[in-house]
Write a protein that binds this ligand. Structure first.
Ligand SMILES: Nc1ncnc2c1ncn2[C@@H]1O[C@H](COP(=O)(O)OP(=O)(O)O)[C@@H](O)[C@H]1O
Ligand SMILES: [Mg+2]
Length: 290
């Protein structure tokens, strides 16, 4: 009945992914539990702090197929399952990946940005598949039953600034275990930067010194994720100065960066950038040289 779909693959593991030991142990418990009864996990944390990677890594570690769905983009109910289409004057129902995925035993279903739906109606079917009976009637498909061992991982961006605020419907939230991802401790993040970008230990320290000053400065209101520090580190590893790497990686202007560098008293050893020199940017590279 359920044909295997090319989109349902076991993801490749990330050899440089770190989590809190305790989170890992409990993920193992959840995995064991999933053989007995349905388990749903909500992963929260700031943007770019490893939520999606964690879901992928979980699937890779336990050799489970995985599929991700952007819940934040849903506009109406039914959109996850399929769509009625017209072909040669005839209507037919085109089944989407979601019903295939939830009917695949052991599949990891990643529900991305579950708190961001445009329309609350879009979540209607999710309530049914996440509940204990794990099944739903879809007119065009009949009775759709969630296969044994399927695990739902919902992720939502919820940083410390939102703690205590209900950003997700309480009845929905009620159905999940929760793992909250914090920023990595500095020594672990340094290890990640070194392993993933090949940046030197000294430069990695410099990057994180600056990044952590920004993170700890609430007035600046700039959140710098692991994704950002990786972007900065990769540029630095390719020869960019710290200043350049920050300008191109963070959504801030050169001016605010200057005042930022000043305000955090970071000694980067670089003088304030002059107005840049303009050069030709054409396929004839020689022209750039002069
Ligand atoms: N704990 C971590 N260990 C290693 N890399 C990480 C970690 N957290 C985040 N990253 C890296 O940062 C980037 C963003 O992570 P991602 O999972 O997409 O974040 P989110 O889903 O929370 O927005 C990815 O390249 C990911 O590999
Ligand atoms: Mg994500």
């Amino acid at each position: 009945m359920t044909e295997s779909s090319p989109q349902l693959k076991v993801p490749k593991s990330d050899p440089d992914f770190f989590i809190l030991e305790e989170d890992g142990k409990n993920l193992d418990r959840f995995e064991k539990m999933s053989a007995r009864h349905p388990v749903n996990i909500l992963t929260t944390g700031n943007q770019g702090c490893g939520k999606s990677s964690l879901v992928r890594q979980f699937a890779a570690i336990y050799n489970r197929p995985m599929a991700a769905f952007q819940i934040g983009l849903l506009l109406e109910s039914g959109q996850l399952f399929g769509q009625t289409r017209l072909k040669d004057g005839e209507t037919y129902y085109r089944e989407y990946l979601f019903p295939k995925a939830i009917q695949t035993p052991g599949c990891v279903i990643h529900l991305e940005e579950i708190n961001r739906t445009e329309s609350p109606h879009a979540l209607n079917e999710l309530f049914s598949v996440l509940s204990e009976d794990r099944s739903i009637w879809i007119d065009e498909l009949g009775f759709v039953k969630v296969a044994p061992g399927v695990m739902f991982f919902a992720t939502m961006n919820e940083g410390d600034e939102f703690t205590g605020t209900e950003t997700l419907d309480a009845a929905l939230k009620d159905r999940f275990y929760r793992i909250h991802l914090e920023y990595l401790p500095e020594d672990v993040e340094r290890e990640v930067l070194i392993r993933k970008t090949g940046i030197s230990e000294e430069s990695a320290l410099q990057v994180l010194h600056l990044v952590n000053r920004i993170r700890n400065n609430e007035e600046m209101g700039i959140s710098v994720s692991v994704r950002h520090s990786l972007m900065i580190a990769e540029l630095v590893s390719l020869g960019a100065s710290l200043r350049e790497a920050m300008v191109y990686s963070l959504q801030i202007s050169k001016d605010s960066l200057e005042s930022l560098l000043l305000s955090v008293h970071v000694e980067t050893g670089e003088t304030k950038a002059e107005r840049g020199r303009y050069v030709l940017y054409t396929p004839e590279k020689e022209a750039v040289k002069k």
